[in-house]
Design a protein around this ligand. Structure first.
Ligand SMILES: *[C@@H]1O[C@H](CO)[C@@H](O)[C@H](O)[C@H]1NC(C)=O
Ligand SMILES: *[C@@H]1O[C@H](CO)[C@@H](O)[C@H](O)[C@H]1NC(C)=O
Ligand SMILES: *[C@@H]1O[C@H](CO)[C@@H](O)[C@H](O)[C@H]1NC(C)=O
Ligand SMILES: *[C@@H]1O[C@H](CO)[C@@H](O)[C@H](O)[C@H]1NC(C)=O
Length: 406
């Protein structure tokens, strides 16, 4: 019995030690992780198209790649647009500019390698000029020259631009890695694309995507008369996702440096899946303060994600008062919590953002390998920019669980 417990203890130490080491990595300024690569232009510049940038594990936090998720900015006209759900003594001094200030604050402190905006970036009804509102909303990422990606919510198209127009505007902005849609693929929506994050420079995985990000347009409202409510991820988008995931997994497992299984994937979109209702306070981290506003029918995207097998977590926004992460059959379903001040919220419950960090393992010969673990936490727009609800989303080989070999 005693012998067994010491073996268990040893195993626990072995499993938890790398996690503790990650936590000690200090937050230093990460230089840009955008590396210019020759070849295929993105067609942004008319005279000389900019080479396709690629994301990689690099910089003063070697072995870590950090993503900041900003959900539901609900940006409108800037200084003249007031805040919702703040205390009466805060209304006079609060506007969209507080949303901008929060982005700067959290970026300066976390120094993410990528910022992901998960829709309702602008609140179209109150935005006089959609293009101007979009420019204002993404301005911090652009000014700080940070790579950023965005998807559409259900409010982005309610101003002077259509959904296609909004996404076209986004992809034309500086430093964005957003794309309109995959080439030569008949797909629903606008802003369905993936991003590949390459292994550490100089390592044997430097030419392979060790972390895959998928972005999808979860639509706005149902266009089927008999179905009320919000939109959903359509069959065409699921086919594209499945093909992309399958291709990426094959590439990762192919020589040279063939890996045993596909690289982990993370999925970002706006409207939560019906499966977000699978949890209660006993099995999620965070809070649920309102219902799950998913589509009223289930289009099966969760099953598609399960079948693909590489996705470890899904990140949405849409329900500003929910900020939890819960794990269902091996996949974490996570909200970011509301970020914007011109979005409904709750006075006294700080606006917030979600951070996700992926960490590389060290191989036996001491070089950086593939992704070993993925963690998340949230940052609050309070006096201390508080960090809350840190949790491990996935770790290699354990599927986030501890293994016992007794
Ligand atoms: C503003 O109002 C809230 C709620 O009534 C209160 O908790 C807070 O102390 C007030 N702040 C100031 C600066 O008066
Ligand atoms: C909004 O920003 C102003 C100016 O910095 C600040 O005085 C105010 O406290 C902020 N309001 C909130 C709700 O954070
Ligand atoms: C990665 O690709 C570059 C350019 O094709 C090549 O020079 C380099 O040797 C490759 N590195 C590895 C580890 O495969
Ligand atoms: C969470 O716990 C509740 C009971 O408290 C249970 O009904 C539900 O199935 C659990 N969900 C998951 C995903 O484990």
């Amino acid at each position: 019995m005693a012998r067994h417990s010491s073996i268990l203890l040893l195993l626990l130490v072995l499993i938890l030690a790398p996690a503790a080491a990650d936590a000690s990595i200090s937050l230093r300024r990460a230089p840009s992780v955008l590396q210019r690569r020759g070849g295929g232009g993105r067609g942004a510049g008319r005279a000389s198209p900019a080479p396709a940038p690629r994301l990689l594990f690099k910089g003063s936090r070697p072995g870590e790649f950090k993503i900041l998720q900003v959900a539901d900015m609900h940006y409108a006209d800037g200084r003249s647009t007031g805040c919702l759900d703040v205390f009466p003594n805060q209304t006079a001094t609060c506007s969209d500019l507080n949303t901008t200030a929060f982005i700067y604050r959290v970026i300066r402190d976390e120094t993410p390698d990528l910022v992901v905006f998960t829709g309702d970036n602008i609140f179209g009804f109150d935005a006089t000029d959609a293009a101007k509102s979009l420019d204002m909303s993404f301005e911090p990422a652009v000014s700080l020259k940070l790579p950023w990606a965005a998807v559409l919510g259900n409010h982005d198209q309610e101003s002077t631009l259509s959904r296609e127009g909004v996404m076209r505007h986004i992809v034309s902005m500086p430093y964005t890695l957003s794309k309109l849609n995959p080439n030569s693929f008949d797909i629903d929506g606008f802003g369905n694309y993936n991003l590949e994050i390459y292994g550490a420079e100089g390592s044997s995985l430097s030419n392979k995507s060790v972390l895959n990000l998928y972005f999808l347009d979860s639509g706005d409202y149902s266009t089927v008369p008999s179905v009320p409510g919000y939109g959903w991820i359509k069959a065409s988008q699921q086919v594209w996702f499945k093909q992309t995931s399958s291709r990426l997994q094959k590439e990762y497992m192919r020589k040279p440096s063939a890996q045993k299984e596909g690289a982990p994937g993370l999925v970002y979109f706006h409207i939560p899946l019906p499966e977000f209702s699978s949890f209660d306070a006993s099995n999620f981290t965070g809070v649920k303060q309102e219902g799950i506003s998913s589509a009223s029918i289930n289009s099966g995207f969760f099953s598609t994600l399960l079948e693909a097998r590489d996705v470890k977590a899904v990140f949405t926004g849409h329900d500003h008062l929910n900020d939890f992460c819960g794990k269902l059959t091996g996949i974490h379903l996570c909200y970011a919590g509301g970020f914007g001040y011109h979005a409904y919220g709750k006075a006294g419950w700080s606006r917030r953002a979600r951070v996700v960090s992926a960490y590389l393992e060290k191989t036996v010969n001491g070089e950086w390998g593939g992704v070993k673990s993925i963690k998340t936490w949230k940052r609050l727009d309070d006096k201390y920019l508080s960090t809350i609800d840190s949790q491990v989303l996935w770790s290699k080989g354990t599927n986030g669980k501890l293994l016992f070999f007794c």
